[in-house]
Design a protein around this ligand. Sequence first.
Ligand code: 5GP
Length: 198
Amino acid sequence: MQQAKKSTPTGAGGNLFIISAPSGAGKTSLCKALLERFPDIVYSISYTTRPPRGNEKNGRDYFFIETEDFEKKLKEGYWIEWANVHGNYYGTSRDFLDNYLSKGRDILLDIDVQGTRRILEFYPNSVTIFIMPPSLETLRVRLEFRATDSVEVIEKRLKDAGKEIEQRYIYRHVIVNDNLDEAVDRLISMVANYRSGL
Ligand code: 5GP
């Protein structure tokens, strides 16, 4: 059984780690490495109306739902936060979050800046981490190399990236991902410190 924590940064039991980054900054790889290192951290699987990309799986990467369903859940108050990102809806289940936090579990949220602002209203002590790409040009190269998005989608994501980067100051920590191994090490030691109550 999980021990009660020494500190309860969210005031609800567990730590809430929020990671945001512009598309292509390497956030998925960083989150994956973090969860491999700490398998007991619960990853909050978001809901989205965007279609699955590449080998993404429903229920593992996202819950892929119809716009109508998303809007219905919105009316029902299902989302603790939601946002329209790059033209699609994304949302986090309120019950999921409250339930795991109250059990003392640490949670990882991979959400955008709008969602982060909203979560901070409920959980102001969330540990917020922004991942920066070394440059916008690097982002373009990574998005083009990934080859999972159309040219129009890539352009939209690059435009949004500039706006997101301007808001990095609302985050408690910023990690520049110019070298993935180093960025992983920084992220893991940062999270380890919070988990040990330092
Ligand atoms: P992608 O489509 O590349 O997977 O994600 C696009 C953006 O949506 C990323 O910045 C990601 O962090 C954000 N995102 C994913 N899930 C959620 C969510 O539940 N809420 C919010 N606000 N943003 C999300």
